[in-house]
Ligand binder design. Sequence first.
Ligand SMILES: Cc1cc2nc3c(=O)[nH]c(=O)nc-3n(C[C@H](O)[C@H](O)[C@H](O)COP(=O)(O)OP(=O)(O)OC[C@H]3O[C@@H](n4cnc5c(N)ncnc54)[C@H](O)[C@@H]3O)c2cc1C
Ligand code: SF4
Length: 483
Amino acid sequence: MAEVMSEATYVRHHKQKLVLVFSAMRHFAEELREAGWQVRYVRLDDPGNEGSLKAQTARTLDEIDGIERVIVTRPGEWRLLSDMEEWEGHFGCPVELREDTRFIASIRDFADWAEGRKSLRMEYFYRDMRRRTGLLMEGDKPAGGAWNFDQDNRRSLPASKDTPHRRDFRPDKITREVIDMVETRFPDHFGTLRAFRWGVTRSEAEAARDHFINDILPNFGDFQDAMARQEAFLWHSLLSAYLNLGLLDPLDVCRRAETAWKRGHAPLNAVEGFIRQILGWREYVRGLYWWRMPGYRETNHFGADRALPDFYWTGETDMACLREAVLHSRDHAYSHHIQRLMVTGNFALLAGIHPGEVNEWYMIVYADAYEWVELPNTHGMAIFADGGLMASKPYAASANYINKMSDFCSSCVYSPTRRTGERACPFNYLYWTFLDTHRERLKENGRMGLVMKNLEKKDEGELAEMRRLSDDFLAGIGAVPRG
Ligand SMILES: Cc1cc2nc3c(=O)[nH]c(=O)nc-3n(C[C@H](O)[C@H](O)[C@H](O)COP(=O)(O)OP(=O)(O)OC[C@H]3O[C@@H](n4cnc5c(N)ncnc54)[C@H](O)[C@@H]3O)c2cc1C
Ligand code: SF4
């Protein structure tokens, strides 16, 4: 096992992600040793650290006699797979890439499902996965008579609702050492380490899983799309970082959630909603990534070409919703799905930020970010750069959506109901300008019909004014064409 600079720096990963990964590696190496395995572990600061996985493996092959073959798990990113595929020729000994077992479906399973299909909608893949695993099935019918209970899962947060207390994990000696190393070696990486709260071992991840299933899951569905001031987590599970790191098994997590429903501990809308995220979305995006790479990341459906504004790093903006999402990301290496999609993602889509810059930001700021999951969610779902391979329509929304699903607007200098004039919310004029700019393309999308009819009814003068406001606003925040 090796901590190498090339993996730690190919983007400026959030400091909490670096601590999580390195500390989990060090703890795992200890557990392996205690279980009787011989582990050769190279720390980042060890003299002679070669700096990359390839060079470190070459060095190990040089130093230890009699190694007959190299066995590694297939990595989660194309860049590293391309590198590993050259190892055999480079080392002159067999290199075996084994299936990554952190998933329920294999890459082949997804490709078999996707090949030759006209529509790749997640919902159909999810139904197949339900049948295959038997999760929430009553014979060949979905439990409760429906595949999806999302209509029950869109409530905004009542002012009186108390949010759950979250279990944190206190850094132990190993984690504290890693925190010091990351502060020293990666001072210019994004994020703070003040509130490092992640578990770093399998048993801590299991404790987080049980805390979620016992105390939080019952309310997961109702407020899944809600957002609130000073509330980064609400009823979300915070399990993605553990699942992606391999500290939790996805099928086991789903089965435990199903058991909670069977025992009457959590309602079906919550449990189905939660299982769909893991059995459906998580498996689906991973399959899509490997099926479409390497070309997937090069698409740019709307020709977006502006630079990412600085406030994505600093949080210094008057837009309360964006400020909140960026500060959650900085302080927790986390923000929940709707903030990623409908606040930072929606803004990047409407402002026409270049996909490369948006994808890099999302790869940096979250503890759970690996390209197999970050790229389809950002490139496909949030900014529609793949032209609709993944999402049936762009998730473009005006301030109305954010105002309905959160309490951000009540503390904002902008007004969510104004499209022009003083205090008009930028989401509003950017939204209508986006629709107007891409009018011909969007008209081809059947699901945009109603929205495009509303656009047709808009007064030309108002559209021109909104375009002027958009141009001024984007220039003011540095979201200028990259040229
Ligand atoms: C623009 C954008 C970027 C994203 N980048 C990442 C990323 O880098 N890494 C990542 O793991 N997720 C990513 N997601 C998906 C999702 O937002 C996170 O998985 C989720 O917010 C993690 O928090 P949680 O564990 O509390 O999730 P919960 O809301 O509690 O959901 C339960 C679990 O379902 C899975 N899940 C839910 N939605 C998705 C999804 N769309 N794709 C894949 N798995 C999903 C996760 O494993 C998650 O732990 C992104 C979404 C968007 C819109
Ligand atoms: S008014 Fe606009 S910018 Fe302010 S919080 Fe609401 S949606 Fe965000």
